[in-house]
Design a protein around this ligand. Structure first.
Ligand SMILES: Cc1cc2nc3c(=O)[nH]c(=O)nc-3n(C[C@H](O)[C@H](O)[C@H](O)COP(=O)(O)OP(=O)(O)OC[C@H]3O[C@@H](n4cnc5c(N)ncnc54)[C@H](O)[C@@H]3O)c2cc1C
Length: 446
């Protein structure tokens, strides 16, 4: 171990890893296999105190800081080349107070741990759709999941944050204490500090769910997709309208969390409506538990593949947008998912949180995956060719779905007013931009 490595080691409880150490490669490997960066140090943080010491060390030694929770950030911001990576995963505990309906979730926890711990008490809060995603990155950017139309985004459910600032101070941010920081952490990403604990509000959730899909060939999906879009406008909050397109097959339906019999009635209604626009190739109505729902995409969304995404928010899925989404000529056209917002997400006033674009009707993601580095360019070009022209219909983008789009991406995620307010918070808590390995809100020039 190097001299500075020994010094760092003497300041933290958790292990410090350098290139060549056992576990180093595992720590620097993230979900997107295109990311291959080599931090000088990895601190496997054991406590908020470790995070604070490591941040101070990085600042003293002018090392870039990356923060890793689930490692699912598509651009791999968690891993800084030649810098110091805070691997928060040893801090993965979830403690539930069922009486108070609160969960204290450490900053390195994965969604699966949150869902398991809360469902043990018949409770839940909004989490994303794949259980190996990190609570950290997902919640700080917003946090969309199958419960969001009932209970708001993940960030809307955070009652307080424990945060390590760029100065190595440990703070609690909530509605009373550091209210501007509390505002910024709900949607502003990893810009303002390292969150070592999230305190979430929980909701009674017995755990019944239903997945509803009606399949159509792309060539005859335009009419049914218009009906599906129309029906989304009056959908029950227990239903999250979603669609996928994989190769030349379109699936239109919804995911229901709540009483399965009521969900099945809605499935019959939607099926009857769609059938008026064209023959349904296949109907799949699957009752499952909420926990089963939360892991069902885990394998198909597994790590070790090369990945590229392009995301958009649509305020309205107009006919032109539907036609453009269904125009899937050419090779290597990416898979598509569309997921409805609205409901409790739109109940929150836009100014209440840093999270923006609450008037979104649908989030669109075009995603591709492949094995061979030699195919990188070809696959990314094909994805951009398909998803790029859709940008003219978009009202913005989800910060957690942004790729390497830099300042232009940030402007897609937030309005000018939001950006100005976020910059003021950044100036107060991280004026030197210690935390810049993220979708960066740059501080005001010195
Ligand atoms: C398979 C898959 C499924 C997804 N599904 C959903 C979904 O259903 N809903 C949804 O909203 N999003 C979803 N996403 C997007 C996801 O929200 C982002 O990729 C998010 O950045 C992942 O967070 P992470 O902690 O796993 O990633 P990481 O790469 O570990 O972190 C990403 C960034 O977040 C910041 N960060 C993470 N933890 C902390 C912390 N404790 N304190 C301070 N900063 C921190 C850092 O800036 C870090 O670079 C999905 C992504 C993938 C890959």
């Amino acid at each position: 171990m190097s001299t500075s490595g020994r010094m760092l080691r003497s300041r933290v409880e958790g292990p410090v890893l350098e290139p060549g150490d056992a576990g180093y490669d595992e720590s620097r490997s993230v979900w997107n296999a295109m990311i291959d960066r080599r931090p000088r140090f990895v601190v496997r943080c054991a406590s908020a105190g470790d995070v604070a010491s490591a941040v101070r060390f990085a600042v003293e030694h002018e090392l870039e800081v990356g923060v890793r929770c689930g490692g699912h950030g598509i651009v791999g911001h968690a891993v800084p080349d030649d810098g110091l990576m805070l691997d928060l995963r040893p801090m993965g505990e979830v403690q539930v107070d069922a009486t108070a309906r609160r969960a204290r979730v450490q900053g390195g926890a994965l969604l699966g741990a949150l869902d398991l711990a809360t469902q043990a008490y018949g409770l839940a809060t909004t989490a994303g759709n794949v259980s190996h995603t990190g609570v950290g990155g997902l919640t700080l950017g917003g946090g969309m999941g199958w419960l969001a139309r009932q209970h708001g985004l993940s960030c809307d459910n955070v009652v307080s944050f424990e945060v390590v600032t760029a100065g190595g101070e440990i703070l609690r941010a909530d509605a009373e204490s550091h209210p501007e920081l509390y505002w910024a952490l709900r949607g502003g990403g990893g810009n303002f500090g390292v969150v070592t604990e999230f305190e979430f509000a929980l909701h009674p959730e017995p755990g019944d769910a239903l997945s509803v899909e009606f399949l159509f060939p792309v060539s005859s999906a335009a009419g049914p997709m218009r009906r599906w879009r129309d029906a989304s406008r009056t959908a029950d909050r227990r239903a999250t309208w979603n669609a996928t397109i994989v190769e030349q097959t379109v699936s239109l339906g919804f995911v229901w969390v709540g009483d399965a019999a009521a969900g099945a009635d809605r499935a019959d209604e939607l099926g009857a409506l769609l059938a008026t626009a064209g023959p349904i190739a296949r109907r799949i109505v699957e009752p499952l538990s909420y926990l089963e729902l939360q892991v069902r995409e885990d394998d198909v969304e597994g790590p070790a593949l090369r990945r590229y995404w392009k995301g958009h928010y649509f305020r309205d899925l107009g006919d032109e947008v539907i036609d453009a989404v269904l125009a899937r000529d050419g090779d290597d056209v990416p898979d598509v998912s569309l997921q409805a917002y609205g409901g409790a997400i739109a109940d929150v006033a836009d100014g209440d949180t840093a999270f923006s674009r609450r008037d979104t009707a649908f989030e669109f993601v075009a995603a591709c995956r492949w094995h061979e580095p030699a195919d990188d360019e070809k696959r990314m070009v094909a994805a951009r060719r398909y998803a790029g022209p859709l940008e003219r219909f978009a009202s913005g983008a989800y910060v957690n779905a942004l790729g390497d789009e830099g300042a232009a991406g940030i402007r897609r995620a937030y309005s000018e007013d939001k950006l100005a307010r976020l910059r003021t918070v950044k100036d107060a808590y991280d004026p030197a931009n210690v935390f810049h390995h993220n979708q960066n809100i740059a501080p005001s020039p010195a």
